[in-house]
Design a protein around this ligand. Structure first.
Ligand code: SF4
Length: 502
């Protein structure tokens, strides 16, 4: 199967943007950008610094289409998590570099994947304001990283090729105004190390009316109608322009989406619409810790190792002996994935519900749902537990109406969240950190901090895990934390003999 059938309307071809920025011929500019696609000192590898002006038109198999999209999603999700953790500077750069090397390597094959996957995700993320914002923020972070890490010569050629007339000043011009530039840097209260490195900092000559904000803040040296902008500010200027361009393009695609959707109803529309809530982390559909959870242990384990969402639904079930449909799905599949068998699950739900209703009512109305979760009814599918992005992204619950599904970090108001933190004996400092992350909509990092607070000495959000991406990940990490330390095997008699020889 190929994406672009001869004689058919091409899905990606419909995404061709209007000419951005300048009247330049884009075929020419793309050639230049390919030429500049070489990393400093390395004549073999291709850089992917691109404005993604033209969608690719080569054939692509549906398998590649999906694989490329998922890898882009993994890359952007890693950047998103790093940003949510508040990483900046070198720490953020190192996360992006590692993710890029792993998922979108700087090779011709990686560059092909890069351009296709960017356009595929435009299709998947054009449909709502929230999706567009998420896509733009993370794509721009990647763009900025690539921009500052491109060799200055390449960057200059790239800017020129894209009609961005920001040229680095020559060595002679720099020497003639070096003192003034150093004074401006000092007045900006730059880090002394940055001032000392002024000879290695590129400065760009930009018409002053394009950087009015910098002029107003006295952050640039002005001469002859030009502002002399250091490279650290240039990246913001360029990325703002790229943001405007991509924003417009996403809005255009969003208007075309209903027609695209109809064209691709059978082949790709379902995949694209599900992509934003697609889970790209580890598979937690089966218990991985090897711990067998029994029904009798559930109260202890719930208190100790359930994430807040599952703990919330478990407590409401204990209090009211009832949960509504969505909560039964979310919590039921979670229980299945921590190792409860179908028989155990049925016994659990039945014991709870029949405190308020006769057994035959439970069997008639609720037994089906438990069987469905285990693939014994309906489509007979082995359903997987929901990941955080799906729980967070689905419509919020309404506790007043008896709905307790969803992510409490997203659904609770600040007062409720603080009260819950107090009840769970989370320190004030940790609770404040959590509330701050929730205010910034970083629910999974808030959950990671909650995990740390409940598991003394852990540093989950500092490690590669970054935060919580799946309720069963939270559970597995917690089980690992409480597992008794492995006892080292006693040396065999042969080893003892060897040790004895010395
Ligand atoms: Fe549950 Fe995920 Fe929200 Fe944590 S972040 S409470 S695991 S949905």
């Amino acid at each position: 199967v190929v994406l672009h059938q001869p004689g058919q309307r091409s899905l990606l071809g419909l995404l061709a943007p209007r000419l951005p920025f300048s009247h330049r011929n884009y075929a020419a500019s793309m050639q230049v950008s390919r030429r500049v696609a070489l990393e400093r000192g390395d004549g073999t590898r291709a850089s992917a610094l691109s404005m993604y002006a033209n969608p690719p038109t080569e054939h692509l198999s549906v398998g590649e289409f999906e694989d490329f999209a998922l890898d882009r999603l993994r890359l952007l999700s890693m950047i998103d998590m790093a940003r949510a953790k508040g990483l900046k500077g070198d720490a953020l750069e190192s996360v992006i570099r590692k993710a890029r090397n792993e998922l979108m390597p700087n090779t011709p094959v990686g560059a092909r994947k890069d351009v296709y996957s960017h356009f595929i995700l435009r299709l998947a993320y054009c449909r709502s304001e929230e999706l567009r914002r998420w896509f733009l923020q993370n794509e721009l972070e990647l763009f900025k990283w690539r921009f500052v890490n491109n060799a200055p010569d390449d960057r200059n050629s790239w800017l020129l090729a894209h009609g961005l007339k920001y040229q680095a000043i020559s060595r002679e011009e720099f020497e003639s105004i070096r003192e003034e530039l150093a004074q401006v840097m000092a007045a900006r209260r730059e880090d002394p190390a940055a001032i000392a490195a002024i000879d290695r900092t590129e400065h760009y000559k930009v018409p002053f009316e394009e950087v009015i904000d910098l002029v107003r803040q006295r952050r640039v040296f002005l001469r002859g109608g030009f502002a002399y902008v250091p490279e650290s500010d240039l990246v913001s200027i360029v990325s703002n322009q790229v943001r405007m361009l991509w924003s417009k393009q996403l809005a255009t695609i969003s208007r075309s989406w209903p027609a695209l959707r109809a064209d691709e109803a059978e082949r790709l529309a379902g995949f694209l619409e599900g992509l934003a809530s697609q889970y790209v982390g580890e598979d937690y559909s089966k218990p991985r810790s090897g711990t067998k959870v029994s029904l009798s242990e559930l109260p202890t384990i719930a208190r100790r190792s359930f994430p807040l969402c599952m703990h919330n639904m478990y407590s409401k079930l204990q209090d009211t002996h009832h949960l509504k449909h969505t909560a039964r799905m979310q919590f039921g599949l979670f229980l299945k994935a921590i190792g409860l068998t179908y028989e155990e699950s049925l016994a659990f739900w039945r014991a709870q519900f029949t405190k308020n209703m006769p057994q035959d009512k439970f069997d008639k109305e609720y037994r089906y749902g438990v069987r469905y979760n285990y693939g014994l009814e309906g489509k007979r599918q082995d359903w997987s537990p929901y990941q955080c992005s799906k729980i967070i992204g689905s419509p919020g619950s309404n506790a007043a109406a008896g709905e307790h599904h969803g992510c409490p970090f997203r659904n609770f108001d600040e007062g409720q969240l603080r009260a819950q933190m107090q009840q769970m004996q989370i320190s004030n400092a940790d609770a404040s950190f959590i509330v701050e992350k929730v205010r910034g909509h970083h629910y999974q990092v808030a959950c990671g901090k909650y995990f740390e607070a409940k598991h003394a000495g852990t540093t989950l959000i500092e490690t590669e895990l970054g935060g919580i991406t799946h309720p069963n990940q939270y559970f597995e990490e917690s089980v690992k934390f409480y597992a008794p330390p492995e006892v080292e095997a006693a040396p065999t008699s042969e080893q003892s003999d060897q040790f004895g020889k010395d």
